[in-house]
Design a protein around this ligand. Structure first.
Ligand code: SF4
Length: 431
């Protein structure tokens, strides 16, 4: 049996959701008497919260496990997260892995570690994706300036390239009451900015049992628009960001509300994935580029200084040079601020695997480079538009080689020499 005063170290791969969940798992173990260690130190227990969006993410997890194996072969290694849900057997076969916890068992980590005995063979604690239910609220508390608050999980969409619904299950969300409770708790901790996080955030309101998935947005008791209105009233939190929202779920009401809110920042991150309607259909996305352009136009009409970030995938099967040029030109003509460019990566059990023709890897990389250059120009131009303007910057805690960082309301990153009195303060800053 394991004794209580032990040490634990965490490593997180992937998205903001994973960071909020790791932070919650850490608090759960610390409240059981574990001492948290940095991942580079020795620890009795190592927990890796994994991602599986690309092959690289899987590979990175395997490399980390081997590293632990070399430095602390006697320690307990726990693997959780999307890779653990999608390929538990593959992970269990890696030497050094002791516990593999799927999506439904992630938050029972304390129980599973306490029941584990030295010498036990590797244990997989998981269930099939369709049996994943229940919602576990989470928030990151590692930095008291900006916190990722999980309010939604899972996804009911079926984009042809995506494994997330298989890794995280059906769409389900917290209740507005509970989100407000967590937000008030974060306000008492001095947090100034909350980043609302989920898998398909705009789908907030589906019951936390993941059962009543057939209820349309208007028929639900709660929805995302009501959530942000309620959050706007919470005392103590000065800034909110919507981490990402699907274009077809970004309603006029939400845009208008953000335009008039003092607390919701003028910053939207909206996945596009392709500027070619042919490719959007192959991807099984739920909109065409015209809707996307119309959303951007409305945002810029109501909030001219708003930052708009765009996710785009290059090299999707069937993406001819002509389709890619459509995407590049569409993005070029859009009044957006920056791009997150992803190279298409084949994922097991996805419909996209059957789509032809396949785009050669070197072409995918070339297209990625072209759009990254476009992103650089867009962000330069966006910052240029705000030069000499005074914007409110929330400076973060960390002192990086004598420098500190912060973001303006419209997500321009500011770096300046470190000043203690500016930590976690909102400062009027001349860009
Ligand atoms: S909306 Fe599509 S891409 Fe996003 S998580 Fe759901 S299935 Fe995946």
């Amino acid at each position: 049996m394991m004794n209580s005063k032990r040490t634990v170290a965490f490593h997180t791969l992937g998205c903001k959701l994973n960071f909020s969940e790791t932070s919650t798992l850490s608090r759960m173990l610390e409240s059981e008497g574990y001492e948290k260690k940095s991942f580079d130190d020795f620890a009795d227990v190592y927990v890796i919260n994994t991602c599986s969006v690309t092959d690289n993410a899987d590979k990175e997890c395997r490399q980390i496990i081997r590293r632990i194996q070399r430095k602390a072969p006697e320690s307990l290694v726990v693997i959780t997260g999307c890779y653990a849900q999608l390929k538990p057997k593959e992970i269990a076969e890696i030497p050094g892995v002791d516990l593999v916890l799927g999506a439904s068992e992630k938050f029972n980590i304390v129980k599973h570690i306490s029941e584990w005995n030295k010498g036990d063979s590797t244990k997989i604690c998981s269930c099939d994706t369709e049996d994943i239910s229940g919602f576990n609220a989470s928030f990151s508390a590692h930095d008291r300036t900006r916190t990722f608050l999980k309010v939604q999980d899972g996804c009911d969409y079926n984009c042809s390239y995506c494994t997330i619904p298989m890794a995280r299950g059906k769409s389900r969300s917290d209740s507005i009451t509970n989100v407000l409770k967590n937000t008030e708790e974060l306000a008492t901790k001095g947090v100034k900015e909350i980043v609302l996080t989920g898998v398909n955030l705009g789908d907030f309101g589906k019951g936390n049992d993941g059962v009543n998935t057939s209820v349309s947005i208007n028929q639900r008791e709660e929805n995302f628009y009501e959530l942000i209105q309620a959050l706007d009233e919470v005392k103590g939190i000065e800034r909110y960001r919507i981490s990402s929202i699907e274009p077809n779920l970004l309603t006029n009401d939400i845009i208008t509300f953000v335009a008039n809110s003092k607390k919701f920042m003028p910053h939207f991150h909206i996945p596009l994935q392709s500027g070619s309607n042919h490719i959007l259909k192959l991807m099984r996305r739920r909109y065409l580029r015209e809707l996307y352009a119309e959303r951007v136009t409305l945002i810029k009409q109501l909030i001219p200084h708003c930052s708009i970030g765009v996710d785009v995938i290059v090299g999707f099967p069937g993406e001819t040079e002509e389709c890619f040029q459509e995407t590049k030109n569409f993005l070029h003509n859009l009044d957006i601020s920056y791009l997150h460019v992803f190279t298409y990566s084949e994922r097991a059990n996805t419909v996209a695997l059957d789509i032809k023709p396949i785009v050669p890897i070197h072409i995918r990389h070339e297209r990625n480079k072209i759009l990254r250059n476009l992103s650089y120009m867009k962000s330069q131009y966006f910052t240029e538009q705000h030069r000499e303007q005074t914007r409110k910057v929330l400076f973060e805690t960390s002192d990086k080689n004598g420098m500190m960082e912060g973001y303006t309301d419209n997500y321009i990153r500011i770096t300046t020499p470190f000043r203690q009195e500016w930590v976690n303060e909102i400062i009027d800053w001349k860009v």
